[in-house]
Design a protein around this ligand. Structure first.
Ligand SMILES: [Zn+2]
Length: 83
C-alpha cells in the first residue's frame, strides 16, 4: 500500500487530483472543465454528472461572456450535481 488514502479524495465518479483542474472520472471517461461566471466546474458527459471545484482560481473566466456561461450551464442541463 503506497497510496495515501487521505490524499485521494473522490466525489462519486470523480477522483480529485492534486489541483482543482486535475479531476478524472474513475470510469476513465473524458472530463471537461468549464466556468459559470467565476465558478469552475468539471463535468463527465458519460456519467452526466458535474462538480464544483472552486471559484476565481484562474483568470480565464474574465475573458468569457454571459453567453458562454449560459451555454456552459445549458451543457449540463439534466446532469446530476454532486456536492
Ligand atoms: Zn464518467
Amino acid at each position: 500500500m503506497t497510496r495515501n488514502a487521505a490524499q485521494e479524495k473522490s466525489l462519486r465518479n470523480f477522483v480529485l487530483g492534486d489541483f482543482f483542474g486535475d479531476v478524472a472520472c474513475r470510469h476513465g471517461h473524458k472530463t471537461r472543465l468549464f466556468n459559470i461566471g467565476r465558478g469552475h466546474y468539471v463535468a463527465c458527459d458519460e456519467c452526466r454528472t458535474y462538480i464544483f471545484v472552486g471559484s476565481n482560481l484562474m483568470s480565464c473566466w474574465r475573458q468569457e461572456s454571459k453567453d458562454i456561461w449560459q451555454a456552459n450551464y445549458d451543457s449540463v442541463h439534466g446532469y446530476e450535481f454532486i456536492e
